[in-house]
Ligand binder design. Structure first.
Ligand code: SF4
Length: 375
């Protein structure tokens, strides 16, 4: 049994940081540009700011906050689709809490709820199914959101609904997949990432093997990391050791949670219920091939996209929102003109300010930003 204090030990953190500083000097004594390390997962972004890790790192390492917060990459058009479903008669629209406040082009789900739509916050898709059992005269829609981490529970809920013959339960699938997204980042001409902190929770489901292409085709290292401060520091150290040695391997720092082969039961449930879409639209990153999933034909009676009229429009973010540039690491959150002024956690203009895993929200809450630095 490991206790959380072991992963927050300041003395151990100091020792790892000394090695990180030394290695960063050795790797890039003459390098003008800092090493770009992307933490793919929003949970890592949150931990990095919560524990002030970025400030402890050498200037030669720059952390790029990646697209692994599902709420943050949800495009406005999809929020509009949610609202359009919620506004239809006899619908109870259910969603995780952090999706309630994501702005659509006209309103958020929270605003729709204030205008008499029946929008309910749930903690799991099974909660939504229970609402469907108790409200047989209503159509209960669950807003399926998230990467491979949350996909299995949604898939199992659809299978349960099928088993029980529940006819008033629907899924609006906005589930997304991590591997095509990392590939899109690696192919992007705007970005050069030297190495990745791999997502811990997603990897618990998919395992280690799907990342191998990053090493074999793109020659970059990736270390699957846990979320405690020492996990993240140790993972950074492992990345630097590889970079110093000129290696590009996939390593697993989070072995206490992530099995090498992933979770077969979870993967089976996902592949039973879902299939890849040809493409999916991401906020800030545009359309990425095979990066989202929809419900398979066998379960199509649960598919909200077939059961409800939805606008399905591509809506551009307001010009002043710079979420896309933040997501690509082109600017830091506080360099967005709206940061801390029109856009703050109370009144978010962009999705990165909504979720606690969003880079802008994390910077705002923990970033020790001096007001004079806000653009
Ligand atoms: S401050 Fe707001 S609008 Fe600007 S990038 Fe962050 S979330 Fe988007």
């Amino acid at each position: 049994m490991k206790f959380v204090d072991e992963f927050r030990d300041p003395e151990m953190a100091k020792k790892i940081l000394e090695r990180i500083h030394r290695l960063a000097d050795e790797i890039s004594p003459a390098q003008e540009k800092p090493l770009q390390i992307m933490e793919v997962c929003g949970g890592h972004t949150h931990s990095i700011f919560r524990y002030g890790l970025e400030e402890l790192l050498p200037e030669k390492i720059e952390l790029v906050h990646g697209p692994g917060c599902p709420v943050c990459v949800l495009p406005m058009g999809r929020v509009d689709d949610c609202v359009a479903i919620a506004e239809q008669p006899d619908v109870i629209f259910t969603t995780f809490g952090d999706a309630m406040r994501v702005p659509g082009s006209k309103k958020s789900l929270q605003q729709a709820s204030a205008e008499d739509c029946d929008v309910r916050m749930v903690y799991s898709p099974m909660d939504a199914l229970e609402i469907a059992r108790q409200n047989r005269d209503k159509k209960v829609v669950f807003f399926g959101l998230g990467f491979e981490t949350t996909m299995p529970s949604t898939a199992l809920t659809v299978k349960q609904a099928e088993k029980e013959g529940i006819e008033n339960f629907y899924l609006f699938s906005n589930h997304i997949t991590i591997i095509p997204t990392i590939k899109a980042i690696l192919d992007s001409p705007d970005m050069y990432i030297d190495g990745f902190l791999g997502p811990g929770h997603v990897s618990m489901v998919i395992g280690q093997a799907p990342y191998e292409f990053i090493s074999t085709q793109y020659h970059r290292p990736l270390v699957i990391s846990g979320f405690e401060p020492l996990d993240i520091l140790q993972s950074l150290l492992m990345l630097l050791e590889q970079l110093k040695a000129g290696e590009a391997r996939i390593e697993n720092q989070y072995k206490r949670i992530v099995p090498e082969g992933g979770n077969l039961n979870a993967l089976t449930a996902v592949s039973d219920v879902f299939e890849l879409r040809e493409f999916f639209e991401w906020r800030g990153l545009g359309s990425i091939d095979h990066s989202g999933v929809r419900i398979r034909k066998e379960y199509s009676r649960f598919d909200a996209e077939l059961a409800f009229a939805i606008p399905n429009l591509k809506i551009a973010d307001p010009k002043s929102c710079q979420c896309g540039e933040v997501l690509k690491g082109v600017i830091k959150p506080w360099q967005c003109k709206l940061f801390g002024k029109q856009c703050n956690p109370e009144t978010p203009m962009g999705a990165l300010m909504v979720s606690t895993e969003g880079a802008c929200s994390a910077y705002y809450s923990y970033g020790k930003i001096e007001t004079k630095n806000i653009a």
